[in-house]
Design a protein around this ligand. Structure first.
Ligand code: HQG
Length: 182
């Protein structure tokens, strides 16, 4: 598999494991796990995917988006779901003082009115590195970086979670915790 093939298969896995398992009639359990054999068989309807390829995609994925269970009989996406009824069993942890969110200018007005909302995903996504936030924002145009007073949120009872692949997640960020000038 070349880079392009790996990326194509990774995107397919994101679609199936985060957003639309029904596309191939795949079942995810309540914690988001799919049976690997089932996934390989049912994927054939849309894409060629062997167990070796699946292992390569999981291992080389730039954001470590997917994990196997220990026995490699099950697989799930580590975060980023839009499926509503999946519980990834995140534990609230103490965040650093600041976390960052990358977005674009056109969302500034609604963000100033409503804070950061999860929109179509299960969570608002934040990162500990500005650089990551710049990359996230740049997907949509010129990145605007918001600094979030995350530790203060935590002290005030908001839950922040850290996914297995290092993405910080929370339910919403009220506007008073957002620093717009940075
Ligand atoms: C914006 C990718 C209007 C928010 C990336 C963002 C990341 C609001 C967009 C991960 C708003 C949602 C997540 C409000 C927030 N009004 N717009 N009140 N609050 N927004 O894609 O953070 O490749 O759901 O700023 O690299 O951009 O999928 O979130 O622009 O890690 O693994 O609404 O997705 O990773 O967009 O990206 P998204 P995101 P993957």
């Amino acid at each position: 598999m070349n880079e392009r093939e790996i990326k194509r298969k990774s995107k397919f896995l994101s679609l199936i494991l985060r957003h639309n398992p029904q596309l191939i009639q795949l079942e995810l359990d309540k914690n988001g796990w799919a049976n690997v054999e089932d996934l390989l068989i049912k994927s054939k309807r849309k894409i060629n995917l062997t167990i070796d390829e699946l292992e390569i995609v999981v291992k080389t994925n730039n954001k470590k988006r997917f994990s196997f269970n220990e026995e490699k009989t099950k697989i799930r996406a580590n975060q980023g779901h839009s499926l509503k009824n999946i519980d990834l069993e995140f534990k609230a942890v103490e965040p650093p003082q600041y976390l960052y969110h990358g977005t674009v200018a056109k969302f500034m007005q609604p963000i100033k009115e409503n804070g950061l909302q999860k929109m179509s995903r299960q969570h608002v996504h934040l990162s500990s590195e500005r650089e990551t936030a710049i990359n996230v924002g740049s997907r949509r145009g010129k990145a605007v970086i918001l600094s979030i007073r995350a530790l203060e949120m935590h002290h005030n009872g908001f839950e922040l979670y850290l996914s297995d692949n290092g993405v910080w997640l929370t339910n919403n960020v009220p506007v008073e915790y957002i620093e717009f000038k940075n």
